[in-house]
Design a protein around this ligand. Structure first.
Ligand SMILES: Nc1ncnc2c1ncn2[C@@H]1O[C@H](COP(=O)(O)OP(=O)(O)OP(=O)(O)O)[C@@H](O)[C@H]1O
Length: 321
């Protein structure tokens, strides 16, 4: 307890995330580790509870999936406490992509990380007024998102939504999109791309490449942007492996690194998923807030993951693909 009676540690618990069997364990461990526990009761609660807790708490943890964590980070942001309140994640969702990316392996491990783990200052993405930690994905419908099974989400992460969108819709309406990226600190130039996109992925902590759980550098102030061009539909519907599509030699993939970008639909509003939470708009401004959030990370977290060949950052390599 703080001197004014407010809790130093607050845990925002989503009781209906994942397979819903985490509640007793999370409460028991949370209480053991000195947390005041606040349960969400409906959509929007994670943000509200974190906003109310952040001014007094040193640490606010999110127990749930990526959506719950997204709400908690937005609440800390709305309270203007990003730099003063540490955030943590207790993975209790289906996919738990972000937790995996920051080296948090499970519920018990999450409390060990909170007690003994490092704190890192990580980038946060802004999409108009909203924040995201993992990714912003366009072209995945809310319908496909809600129908995606837990097993599939756990296995493929966001690619599951892509697969589900293609499976449920069969033929897919591409997005006539214009994208403008700003110049970056490593020689990335300001660029524009316009065309028919199937999907657009903006990764903050998430890298959309051939490997499933690839973590992007989340302390470099840059997004990793991947566009899947419409020409890829034929391949995808023809059964080409999704992961193969993201390989380095794919001709239908455009990649960019940038601190900020604008996505502009040339036709209707587009549905974007911010860490799994939906947002519909025609024009979206995305910007990184470099190293804006202190986060409790596990040993598996890599501040500077290997870039590999898919994400060339030198000027000479910054070609069209
Ligand atoms: N008590 C509640 N009843 C119903 N819905 C809730 C409740 N609390 C939170 N929610 C909803 O749960 C969603 C967040 O779920 P979350 O993403 O954390 O879990 P998940 O979908 O199981 O996991 P993941 O995103 O990792 O795949 C939010 O959209 C929120 O509106």
């Amino acid at each position: 307890m703080g001197s004014d009676g407010a809790s130093d540690r607050v845990l925002v618990l989503n009781p209906v995330s994942g397979s819903e069997d985490h509640v007793d364990d999370v409460i028991e461990l949370g209480v053991q580790h000195g947390f005041e526990i606040r349960k969400t009761e409906e959509s929007g609660d994670a943000k509200r509870l974190a906003r109310e807790a952040a001014p007094d708490a040193d640490l606010v943890a999110a127990a749930g999936g990526d959506g719950t964590l997204n709400g908690v980070v937005n609440g800390i942001g709305e309270a203007d406490e990003l730099e003063t309140t540490t955030a943590a994640v207790v993975p209790a969702g289906t996919g738990n992509n972000f937790a995996t990316n920051v080296g948090v392996r499970g519920i018990e491990h999450a409390f060990a990380v909170i007690e003994e783990g490092r704190r890192r200052s990580i980038d946060v993405g802004t999409a108009d007024e909203r924040l995201f930690v993992n990714s912003c994905v366009g072209g995945v419908t809310a319908e496909a998102s809600s129908e995606t099974t837990s097993e599939s989400k756990a296995e493929l992460g966001v690619l599951a939504y892509v697969k589900n969108t293609l499976d449920t819709i069969g033929s897919f309406d591409s997005l006539p999109l214009r994208l403008e990226t700003a110049a970056g600190p490593n020689g990335e130039s300001a660029r524009a791309w316009e065309g028919e996109a199937l999907f657009v992925f903006v990764g903050n902590c998430r890298r959309f490449s051939g490997s499933r759980a690839a973590q992007a550098n989340v302390e470099d102030g840059l997004f990793e942007v991947t566009i899947v061009e419409d020409a890829a539909t034929t391949d995808l519907l023809g059964g080409a492996a999704l992961e193969g599509l993201f390989g380095a030699d794919s001709t239908h993939i455009v990649r960019r690194r940038t601190p900020s970008l604008v996505l502009d639909s040339r036709r209707d509003a587009v549905e974007y998923s911010l860490d799994g939470e939906m947002l519909e708009t025609r024009t979206l401004h995305l910007e990184t807030k470099p190293t804006a959030l202190r986060f409790a990370v596990g040993d598996g977290y890599q501040p500077d993951p290997d870039d590999g060949e898919l994400w060339p950052i030198s000027v000479s390599n910054d070609g069209d693909r």
